[in-house]
Design a protein around this ligand. Structure first.
Ligand code: PAF
Length: 297
């Protein structure tokens, strides 16, 4: 079904909503044949300013932009997390319409999985044995599978992902190479709320107290900068965890200092090294992740 949405402000049509993969694929073939470049922003909806900035960047760098909204069941290792994932479809469409994102893809689960329910079996090496992979078994297999399928439908020239999901970005880069997708994977900086909390659809699930406490996560990540490289890696990790856990509403699930490319743990500070601090924090509501880059001086 192809549905056009009329903006309330303008009389021109902005977004076209596609539910069927073959219809979107065909429409995009025509754009490609006309020499247009295609930018792609895959999302699970509940769009916020972070997503908006990805779409705006894609719009600035491509002739056509496609945004997909699909809460992908195979990347949830926990049924209640899947069931609770926020859905704000009408608002999402309005947002995309207001910034002239021309193509919006909102498939059903059947559309994406009925014909071929098998997940992609790829080897991600060290990337799949650490951090998120350890605590969310199967998560990246689901992410890689859906992004591969979406890439095959959209065949984008450029695809945009937020750096908040730092490990996901590394997995998607690897999947893209292994599956020979001819797409540039573009990493975009994390957008933050005024108090530093990384923007995330899951923030909608925080109650007021959890939301206030959650600001400690980014503060803690920044605090590490005061102690690097004077204190050991383990000591800085402990200090940051203590800082965040000063709130009884937050429990750090992991906080790792890793190489930004291989994601392997680093155990000592070496001058001029580029180190990523990656964290996952449990609240009684949603689980939150974030990361920060440190240059060792
Ligand atoms: O980051 C997300 O929103 C999702 O993991 C993605 C990349 C859209 C795949 O479902």
């Amino acid at each position: 079904m192809l549905l056009s949405i009329k903006s309330k402000k303008k009389s021109s049509l902005n977004s076209h909503i596609f539910n069927k993969a073959d219809q979107l694929h065909k429409a995009l073939q025509q754009e490609r044949a006309a020499g247009k470049t295609i930018g792609f922003v895959p999302t699970m909806g509940a769009l916020h300013d972070g997503h908006r900035s990805l779409v705006l960047r894609a719009l600035a760098e491509n002739d056509i932009v496609v945004c997909s909204i699909f809460v992908n069941p195979t990347q949830f290792n926990n049924l209640s997390d899947f069931q609770k994932y926020p859905h704000t479809e009408e608002k999402d469409i309005q947002l995309l319409n207001s910034i002239n994102c021309r193509y919006v893809f909102i498939p059903s689960v059947d559309e994406m999985y009925l014909e071929d329910p098998k997940l992609l079996e790829l080897n991600f090496g060290a990337l799949e044995n650490t951090m998120e992979a350890e605590f969310r078994p199967g998560h990246f297999k689901g992410v890689a599978t859906i992004v591969d399928r979406l890439f095959k439908i959209v065949l984008p020239h450029n695809a945009y992902f937020g750096e908040k999901d730092f490990q996901q970005l590394a997995i998607i880069r690897s999947m893209s190479v292994q599956m020979k997708h001819e797409v540039n994977i573009i990493a975009c900086s994390t957008l933050r709320e005024e108090d530093g909390l990384a923007m995330s659809s899951r923030n909608l699930l925080l109650n007021n107290d959890q939301r206030k406490a959650a600001a400690l996560i980014y503060q803690g990540l920044r605090k590490a900068q005061e102690f690097i490289p004077h204190q050991s890696v383990d000591a800085v990790r402990t200090l940051v965890i203590r800082y965040i856990e000063q709130s009884p509403l937050l429990r750090v699930q992991y906080f790792n200092f890793v190489d930004p490319i291989t994601l392997e743990n680093i155990n000592s500070w070496n001058k001029n090294d580029d180190v990523q601090g990656c964290i996952a924090v449990l609240t009684e509501g949603p689980r939150l992740i974030d990361n920060i880059n440190y240059i060792i001086e």
